[in-house]
Ligand binder design. Structure first.
Ligand code: ADP
Length: 490
């Protein structure tokens, strides 16, 4: 028989391995600041810090109808966004599954399919536009979530495919041009005006819809993966300004540019990130060992697997799921069998009997709920909570670092003492977020804010100034806004 006291004690011991202390947060921020600087100064750094050629963020007064398309993973979305000029918008959307065989075809096959979806969409929803203004082109923002070498707001060369795509002849080509060519072949009055990364879209969408007129500083995604984009001073992006830099044309008048950090690869060298046996096991089983090490401790694609690894340890050391049969055991031994949504459901279960937790374990691991003791459910909850909590605290690291790096902390460091501003005088620091983990994991923002307060430069005073909100329809609205900015620049 399983000793339930020992089981809980062992679960608590494993949970302690996931502790990410205030000291760890501060060390993380320091290292993040160092890697940000490296990436701003040089190409080929672990944190890529990609200049996006977007040189301003919206203030809510933008107007007009724009198209947006999104090629992410399994679906291609087409939408039109009508910006009302008062921080509101309406959005019409269509979605098409990408036929599997097209993901490994040639660029003409894929991009002509995409162009046809755009055609079907405009014919259904914007037929009047065609008739009234055959010569007036609709401007389109193209969200393309694959690594590109961006050289202008509407020019980006594909570096490599990910997520199951493999179309060799597209590598090294400008993906905007590939799409434009096929749109032109169909005779559509549509111009591909901007190439958009989803983090930049989140930043732009939040800045447009955000209450008050403080521009948004940062857009951050905590979904399948994690990444962020923020507004940086041009003078700090020295890899663009140094002599001989190979870069495109852009509007220098604002003195700023949005930078896509690609922070998922922060600290791939594991200088400061925690590295439990459960993290190591996950990395070993992943398709890209040693890469995206920050993302692997934070995002939706991975948290379920970290939980599975720690459950296995609890089973081996303290007899978790003593009544589970061979089939359930096989599930527990199957990599990636636990979805991150399980952590959210378990965290939300505050019932006496933990019935929901047992249900989730039955659904995901095929351990019959009736065979799970209350202590076993409690032990699982201890682990799930520790992993979710660590993810939220780690997520504070880039946010704190970016607030510090952009000089938003008050009082600012000064050679001479200055009078500190009162709380009322301090500006809001606005952050747009998106993704299932931040949206659905209970208390994610609260845990993240606790960690922010522990960073000395921020403290409670600055943490309170941060306003965080989900950028609704971020991908579509963001792409539309970038198309708007791009069209205006021409
Ligand atoms: P994407 O990032 O691909 O645009 P999402 O933001 O919906 O999409 O993130 C999907 C990821 O979030 C998946 O890895 C999934 O396991 C995870 N996920 C789905 N539901 C939840 C939930 N309720 N709580 C936490 N994570 C979730």
């Amino acid at each position: 028989p399983v000793d339930s006291k020992a089981l809980i004690a062992k679960a608590e011991a494993i949970a302690r391995e996931f502790e990410y202390t205030a000291e760890d947060v501060r060390k993380g921020v320091k290292e993040f600041l160092r890697e940000m600087d490296l990436g701003l100064q040089n190409d080929g750094q672990p944190m890529t810090m990609i200049p996006t050629y977007v040189t301003s963020v919206p203030n809510g007064t933008e107007k007009g109808v724009y198209l947006a398309v999104d090629l992410g993973g399994t679906n291609f979305r087409v939408c039109s966004v009508s910006l009302k000029g008062n921080s509101t918008f309406t959005l019409t959307q269509a979605k098409a599954a990408i036929p599997k065989e097209m993901m490994t075809s040639d660029s003409h096959t894929l991009f002509s399919f995409l162009a046809q979806q755009v055609k079907a969409f405009v014919e259904e929803h914007h037929a009047d536009h065609f008739e009234e203004f055959p010569d007036h082109h609709l401007q389109l923002g193209f969200t393309f979530s694959f690594p590109v070498d961006q050289r202008a707001v509407n020019k980006g060369y594909l570096i490599r495919w990910t997520k199951g795509f493999d179309i060799k002849d597209a590598i090294g080509k400008d993906v905007c041009e590939l799409l434009q060519k096929e749109i032109d072949a169909l005779g559509l009055p549509v111009t591909v005006a901007a190439l958009v990364n989803d983090t930049v879209g989140t930043l732009m969408a939040r800045s447009y819809t955000s209450p008050g007129k403080t521009g948004t500083l940062l857009g951050a995604i905590f979904g399948t993966g994690t990444n962020g984009a923020y507004v940086e001073k041009l003078s700090k992006i020295t890899k663009m300004t140094k002599p001989g830099a190979n870069i495109g044309e852009y509007d220098k008048s604002t003195g700023e540019m949005v930078v896509n950090t690609e922070w998922g690869s922060f600290d791939n060298e594991l200088r400061v990130l925690p590295n439990t046996p459960y993290d190591q096991e996950l990395d070993k089983m992943s398709v890209n060992p040693g890469i995206q090490m920050f993302e692997k401790r934070i995002s939706g694609m991975f948290l379920g697997e970290i939980l599975r690894n720690s459950l296995l340890a609890l089973k081996d050391s303290a007899g978790l799921f003593a009544k589970a049969d061979i089939a359930a055991d096989a599930f527990l031994h199957t990599p990636w069998s636990v979805d991150t949504s399980a952590l959210s459901f378990i965290e939300a279960d505050n019932s006496e009997d933990l019935a929901r937790t047992k249900q989730v374990l039955e659904a995901q691991l095929h351990v019959p709920a009736a065979d799970i003791s209350i202590e076993e459910a409690r032990a699982v909850k201890i682990l799930a909570h520790a992993i979710g909590r660590r993810s939220a605290r780690l997520s504070a690291v880039p946010i704190a670092a970016i607030i510090i790096a952009t000089g938003k902390v008050q009082p600012p460091p000064q050679p001479r003492p200055v009078a500190a501003k009162t709380d009322e005088e301090l500006e809001v620091i606005d952050i747009g977020v998106d993704g299932s983990v931040v949206e659905h994991y209970p208390g994610f923002e609260k845990l993240l804010r606790e960690a922010l307060r522990e960073v000395e430069e921020l403290g409670e005073k600055n943490e309170k100034r941060i306003r965080m909100g989900v950028a609704k329809d971020g991908s579509g609205v963001g792409a539309a806004l970038i198309a708007q900015v791009a069209a205006k620049m021409k």
